[in-house]
Design a protein around this ligand. Sequence first.
Ligand code: CA
Length: 222
Amino acid sequence: MRLLLVEDDPMIGEAVRDGLKLDGYTVDWVRDGVAADAAIAVGDFAAVLLDLGLPRRDGLQVLKTLRARRGAVPVLVITARDAVADRIAGLDAGADDYLVKPFDLDELGARLRALLRRAAGRPQPIVEHGPVTIDPATREVTVHGRPVAVSAKEYALLVALTERPGIVLSRSQLEDRLYGWGEEVGSNAVEVHVHHLRRKLGDDVIRTVRGMGYTIALDGGA
Ligand code: CA
């Protein structure tokens, strides 16, 4: 899953980015409000982590612009502004959740999972799809109850497909979700990940839609 991190503090930014990468997310990091506007306008992000005190353009303005353009991406505000009035302003401007600095990275991870769950309309913490289960908290994948080891990119691909069962995602849409800016993408990277996942999960779980892309079987290939 691809996230946008908007944070001008280099130490906090680095810690958050590295922590989220360890959790298996693809993270693009921008350091001011103008760059955040530009990234949100073109990127396909699962969520935005937004600092409010930013150079060039305030985070609250970034958030208001995003919602005014009818952008629906979930936003988690991370900020040092802990006054109640600031929290209310952030939530009323369209933030989905709020974390005050200094915060614990594990709590950030848990709040993010809750946010992504709500955005997917899925109250259950475990994703079940036919014989396949995915636990976003541990990134454990099972097939018929048997744990399966998957790589970070294979996990991201599986999550992207199970987010919206029955929807076909093209190769380039999947590349966008799996790879951040500046990451080298091999020309057949997605095909290779799909091939490996089929070997691990069974041939029927991921279906190829000729000329269009890939989809997860609605019955999970059960
Ligand atoms: Ca700041």
